[in-house]
Write a protein that binds this ligand. Structure first.
Ligand SMILES: Cc1ncc(COP(=O)(O)O)c(C=O)c1O
Length: 413
């Protein structure tokens, strides 16, 4: 493409925030109607969420799955199942959603942030190894934007230290590393069914595990630790009501058969866009390792500020004129710069559990996080969903090329 042209008016891209970019339809309506007609809206008595759970476990290739109220709840369940002592450390990533982090504090553990790979934004075996101590109780990895972490190397490291891994797969439904679905490498895999995820129930989550003890604990944690079905049930430990409702279960059951196709569509779209974004000065398509199959929750490019004046922020501003709402810096700042961590704002004025932390565990000095700062400065997150047509994809490619080249040439176009 030698001479890109500017389209006017801008194309309206499908959005994952409404029907245009979602797969919600008659199947979900029929199932939700059936749930309402049944008069049973609690999962403790109904069958919809249960059917979703067994279908989801099968889709991912896991022994068990338990649905819950959100991705944050899913992470909380998994951490509780690991059962940290107050002050135990859980290694996590500096680039993730807050819902993957605050459950660590609610379970009395200390989040210890690992740096990320400068090209993927994912934690690596090396960045995790640098934060392991004799108090490390678990490792949580986030497969950012649906691009798998290196679970071969991270798995080896964790096994050698006997530390369980929790996989945050909120953005990574059916993503594969070395031919195996993410969520099945660690002790538990946690997914979010929030509005913008690959499949959605508006809000919702699900935890998979091959370990019967972990799966049982997750089930109990979702249910106020009440031993449903036990001969002498009790509330066995501290836990909350993290159930989804049958309405969400019915919706999820309608969404599940569409998941594989959603993933294929997102992957095909990404392949086309990546081919079209080659050799644009200063713009690098998403990094992908040969043995990974990412599923593109979003399409995150890297923008080199040394080539494109103003970097990702300037490119985002130009793309807005084309009607493309991209997000430079993704979460804006490393998670450890949020007040909950930097000011240790937790329970009353106690700062607990940070009061139990080793100083090194809560050292958030910038020098410890070169990959994180590099990645956040360059990342530009393009909106993405399964309803993009070739027309949409070609429009995005044209827009990125035009805007990048215009910025490089100093706005002469
Ligand atoms: C990586 C990651 N982890 C956890 C969560 C939390 O999920 P939820 O918003 O469903 O609580 C999200 C959701 O946005 C996420 O993207």
């Amino acid at each position: 493409m030698n001479m890109p042209f500017k389209a006017a008016p801008p194309i309206v891209l499908p959005s994952d925030q409404d029907a245009s970019g979602r797969t919600l339809g008659d199947d979900e309506i029929a199932l939700i109607t059936e749930a309402i007609r049944s008069g049973t809206l609690t999962v403790t008595k109904g069958t919809f969420a249960k059917r979703f759970e067994s279908g989801f476990a099968q889709a991912v290739g896991s022994q068990a799955a338990h649905a819950c109220s959100s991705g944050s709840a899913a992470i909380h369940c998994a951490i509780s199942a690991i059962n940290p002592e107050p002050g135990d450390e859980i290694i996590t990533t500096s680039i993730t959603d807050m819902g993957a982090l605050t459950p660590i504090l609610y379970q009395g553990a200390i989040p210890v942030f690992a740096d990320v790979h400068p090209l993927t934004g994912n934690v690596t075996a090396d960045t995790i190894a640098a934060r392991i101590s004799d108090r490390t109780k678990a490792i949580i990895v986030t497969h950012l934007f649906g691009n798998p972490c290196d679970m071969t190397a991270i798995g080896e490291l964790a096994r050698s230290k006997n530390i369980p891994i929790i996989e945050d797969c909120a953005q990574a439904f059916l993503a594969k590393h070395a031919g195996k679905a993410v969520g099945t490498f660690g002790a538990a895999g946690c997914f979010s069914l929030q509005q913008g995820k690959h499949i959605t129930t508006g809000e919702g989550g699900i935890v998979v595990s091959d370990d019967p003890k972990i799966a049982r604990h997750v089930f109990l944690f979702i249910n106020k630790a009440w031993g449903y079905g036990d001969p002498n049930p009790d509330h066995y430990f501290v836990a909350l009501n993290y159930r989804m409702s049958e309405l969400q279960g019915a919706c999820a059951l309608g969404q599940l058969p569409k998941l594989a196709e959603v993933v294929v569509s997102r992957q095909a779209g990404a392949k086309r866009l990546t081919a079209d974004l080659q050799e644009i000065p200063g713009v690098t398509p998403p990094h992908q390792e040969a043995n990974d199959e990412p599923v593109f929750w979003k399409y995150a490019v890297q923008v080199d500020p040394e080539i494109i004046p103003g970097g990702a922020v300037a490119l985002a501003k130009s793309l807005k004129e084309w009607g493309i709402a991209s997000a430079p810096r993704y979460i804006q700042k490393p998670a450890f710069r949020c007040q909950v961590f930097s000011e240790q704002r937790t329970f009353g004025n106690s700062r607990w559990p940070f009061t139990l932390a080793r100083p090194e565990a809560v050292d958030y000095s910038a020098e410890l996080f070169p990959g994180t700062f590099h990645y956040l400065e360059r990342v530009l997150v393009l909106p993405w969903n399964e309803q993009y047509t070739t027309e949409h994809l070609d429009y995005i490619a044209r827009a990125v090329r035009f805007c990048a080249e215009a910025l490089v040439e100093g706005g002469t176009k």
